[in-house]
Design a protein around this ligand. Structure first.
Ligand SMILES: O=C(O)CCC(=O)C(=O)O
Ligand SMILES: [Fe+2]
Length: 264
């Protein structure tokens, strides 16, 4: 695993709101990740979340953007070992410039053959905390190409966006109605070899192509929440057990839900 973050990487991430990280996993590690993700996704059947919420495949257009299985770390021991790796948490904390990182949620995102494009969107505004320093790792388990649905980012957009957002729906450019100031900015494609990854700020505008091939575009991702973040009132992926008792402003620090992966 290539985990050596330099000051140059940090500067580049802070400037652009994303960084592509070639050669994150070596071939042996890639095989381990692929096997673990395939096993965990298979084990999850049609539940998008563990527990009682978000059971069954998403309906309609969104259900054909990707197959989404969230928080695989919670019910698959092999995924837990991979996702809660302190080295990944440290990379996320170093790039984001924070003291500690908790898992917000992991997710497998699998674009099947002829999957719909992933409309332009931001991530953090969906979540149950509001931080400008949330960050996601997106690991390519297959080569992610212009043909099968690689990611696109708008460099610098994380410094312009607010917490207004759009859903990942049929209108690929809906985000630009909310942020006309982004409309003139050029996007960068992020094709990646299998085993490479990217990190992006949750407020960076991003999306992905359709899958125009008969093969899979498998990705494993994890969103990290800076330690110390508090509840903003949105349920998102939180289970009933937590929603029953939490109040706006409370710390999101339940170790069974948001484990601390790294702290300085
Ligand atoms: O994999 C995709 O198509 C979208 C990924 C994404 O939006 C994310 O990781 O935040
Ligand atoms: Fe996203």
């Amino acid at each position: 695993m290539r985990v050596d973050v330099t000051q140059k990487d940090i500067d580049s991430y802070q400037e652009n709101g994303f960084i592509v990280w070639d050669g994150f996993l070596d071939q042996d590690e890639l095989e381990v990740w692929r096997a673990a993700v395939d096993e965990a996704v298979e084990g999850r059947k049609t539940s998008r979340l563990p527990g009682e919420r978000w059971q069954g495949e998403a309906e309609g257009y969104y259900g054909k953007v990707f197959k989404q299985r969230i928080n695989l770390w919670m019910d698959n021991p092999r995924m837990k070992e991979l996702m809660l790796d302190e080295r990944i948490g440290k990379m996320a904390a170093d790039l984001a410039g924070v003291e500690g990182m908790r898992v917000w949620h992991d997710q497998a995102l699998i674009k099947g053959p002829w999957a719909n494009p992933t409309a332009w969107h931001l991530d953090t505004p969906y979540w149950s905390f509001s931080s400008r320093d949330a960050i996601s790792i997106w690991i390519a388990l297959d080569d992610a190409t212009l043909e099968n649905g690689c990611l696109f980012f708008i460099p610098g957009s994380h410094r312009i966006t607010r917490f207004d957002n759009v859903g990942i729906g049929e209108e690929i450019g809906a985000l630009f109605q909310v942020y006309p100031e982004l409309a003139g900015m050029k996007a960068v494609a992020a094709p990646m070899k299998a085993g490479s990854c990217s990190f992006h700020n949750g407020l960076t505008a991003h999306g992905a192509h359709a899958n125009m091939t008969p093969g899979l575009r498998r990705a494993m991702t994890c969103a990290f929440m800076p330690d110390g973040s508090t509840f903003n009132g949105q349920s998102n992926v939180l289970p009933e057990r937590i929603l029953e008792k939490i109040k706006v402003g409370d710390l999101l620090n339940d170790p069974e839900q948001n484990p601390l992966v790294f702290s300085r």
